[in-house]
Design a protein around this ligand. Structure first.
Ligand code: AMP
Length: 220
């Protein structure tokens, strides 16, 4: 299975990508995680992306396209994957189409998660994540077993710097202005599948599998 998840910030792309990767054995490729890690390490790409990330704007297409193309040109390139947060513009989609063609990889589907703005803001301002394994929690709907601590590895949880309400509103604006143009792009390719991204995590996961016509398998 080769998937792209599209949806506004806070629509649950990361959570669903993690589930798909655990249960369907896919590689999770999150450009947000890659860029945050690059910024933390102070690499040239990370330093260039950081001001955009901090203000909720998109990092330049050439930078993100290069990061992704690099990942797919490596010897250990993923064969089955879920893209989370890439592509986000028409130019990125065109670049990714080319990378996939060069690698002889066909996409299975592009899943568009639909969530309204009020639900997004509520989700994001209560979102906590583990800086070590990137697992995400919601302090009301999906809290860790011990408050403030990752269930998986015991690391203290953090809130993302760009999860403040003002930055979230900016990210929603960017989503509408740039990322929604991907909908006709993938519709034309016959790949687009719409899924209601509201409700509990397992129901959303089942809906995704339903539109992909896969059976929910056991956790691996
Ligand atoms: P995310 O974790 O996907 O919400 O991404 C966090 C931030 O990283 C975004 O607000 C952008 O600044 C940057 N970013 C991640 N993916 C992309 C992308 N495909 N294109 C441009 N910027 C990106």
């Amino acid at each position: 299975m080769r998937l792209i998840l599209i949806g506004p910030p806070g629509s649950g792309k990361g959570t669903q990508a993690q589930l798909l990767c655990q249960r369907q054995n896919l590689v999770h490729i999150s450009t947000g995680d890659i860029l945050r890690e690059a910024a933390r390490l102070g690499t040239p790409a990370g330093l260039r992306a950081k001001p955009y990330m901090d203000s909720g704007k998109l990092a330049p297409d050439d930078l993100v396209n290069e990061v992704v193309a690099d990942r797919f040109r490596r010897e250990d390139r993923p064969d089955r994957f879920v893209m989370d947060g890439y592509p986000r513009t028409e130019a990125q989609a065109a670049s990714f189409d080319q990378v996939l063609r060069q690698q002889f990889l066909d996409l299975t589907a592009v899943v568009l998660l639909i969530v309204d703005d009020a639900a997004i803001i509520r989700r994001i301002i209560h979102r906590w994540s583990c800086p070590k394994c990137n697992r995400t929690y919601h302090s009301l709907d999906n809290p860790p077993k011990v408050s403030g601590i990752c269930d998986q590895d015991g690391t203290p949880l953090m809130q993302r710097a760009d999860d403040k309400e003002a930055t979230v509103l900016q990210r929603l604006k960017v989503y509408r202005e740039n990322t929604l143009e991907l909908v006709p792009h993938y519709h034309r390719q016959g790949l687009l599948r719409e899924v209601l991204g509201e409700g509990d995590i397992e129901s959303i996961y089942s809906r995704i599998l339903q539109v992909l016509s896969y059976q929910a398998g056991p956790r691996c």
